[in-house]
Ligand binder design. Sequence first.
Ligand code: NAD
Ligand code: TYD
Length: 378
Amino acid sequence: MPRSVMVTGGAGFIGANFVYHWVGAHPADQITVIDALTYAGNRDNLAPVADHLSLTFVHGDICDSALVSRVIAERTVDTIVHFAAESHVDRSIVDPGLFLQTNIIGTQVLLAAARAAWRVEGGYRDGVRFHHVSTDEVYGSLAIDAPPAVETTRYEPNSPYAASKAAADHLVRAFHRTYGLPVTTSNCSNNYGPCQFPEKLIPLLLINALEGKSLPIYGDGMNIRDWLYVGDHCRAIEAVLERGRPGEVYNVGGDAPMTNLEVVRTLSRLIDEAFSAEPALAARFPSSPAARGGTTLSLLKFVTDRPGHDRRYDIDGSKIAAELGFRPAEGFESGLRQTVEWYLANEEWWRAVLDGSYREWVSQHYGDGGPAGQARPL
Ligand code: NAD
Ligand code: TYD
């Protein structure tokens, strides 16, 4: 039976990649994207699938309960995949209130609308599902010798972003326990890949390298993150939607934990290799050290640490592997190489993104420190 899937935040990084995946894997399904098009949302992200006839875009806020209920009813939505969120830790340090509004209230509005729309005598309509996309950051900073986080690891969120996601996770659980709503949650590690907004580590470093700007690394660069290619994340969510048990939580990792220094070293080497293999890049990006036979890594600069910066995240993905047969397929180096290729091929995309509200926001909050990562919040 074809589904009618509502994707919240589908014009953002992971949401758009999920829509590409879903359209390819489930062409008979209807898809409705609802997105407020904040600084992180971009309709152009959906351009590759714009011709898909059963894709509808609704420009709107998930906190708007009347709108959300209307969309669920009009599109007879039976599956909600909830990505919409404020997603950047540094911004949550500057403006936590917005994170509480979108990430907590927005999730509650969606849950209540789904519950009202899907209720029937004695339960819910067959086949309905609310899937909530969350993060490994809810588990807080793991000790260096602690095992990776499992689904029952205690929540210890440390940033306003992580705290808001933790609250949303609890609400999703509560709607299952209290009202029996068929929900699932996935908590995944750091994603990377095409269309990621260049305030996050990997695209920020990549674009700064091409523009000859410094590569800002917080603190001593020894913080550890596990890196998950976005395409693998989309497959994991698909596995949960198709085979996951209602009420369950699934951790999704990339099997690639590493320090930020390891990330910047690998990325710098791949950029240098790309310039060696493609001489035309030197003319396109003359300020890059690689254009002049230098090394990208020479741009590395240690900067003031992020307040409350979590030292280590790591995810144990054995539950989703054992129960649903999901394992990440992409290795870090090959996923990163594809990401470098995408940003090189889509210069227009990231220039447009950087010329928009992002530069304004950075200069408003961090002073006139320039675009990607020159000035840091203190
Ligand atoms: P993103 O910031 O790139 O995109 C968020 C999208 O949500 C944007 O399109 C934005 O316009 C939209 N949005 C924001 N507020 C909205 C509102 N009130 N109403 C409707 N739409 C709204 O985020 P992302 O990196 O794609 O992350 C997607 C989800 O995955 C988030 O819930 C995030 O917490 C989670 N997550 C992300 C990562 C990661 O590494 N990026 C890791 C784990 C979990
Ligand atoms: P980020 O991409 O912001 O994701 P998160 O904070 O959700 O893990 O950051 C990833 C790691 O990189 C994190 O340890 C913070 C660090 N970082 C830097 O060192 N420099 C930067 O400019 C940014 C944005 C992040």
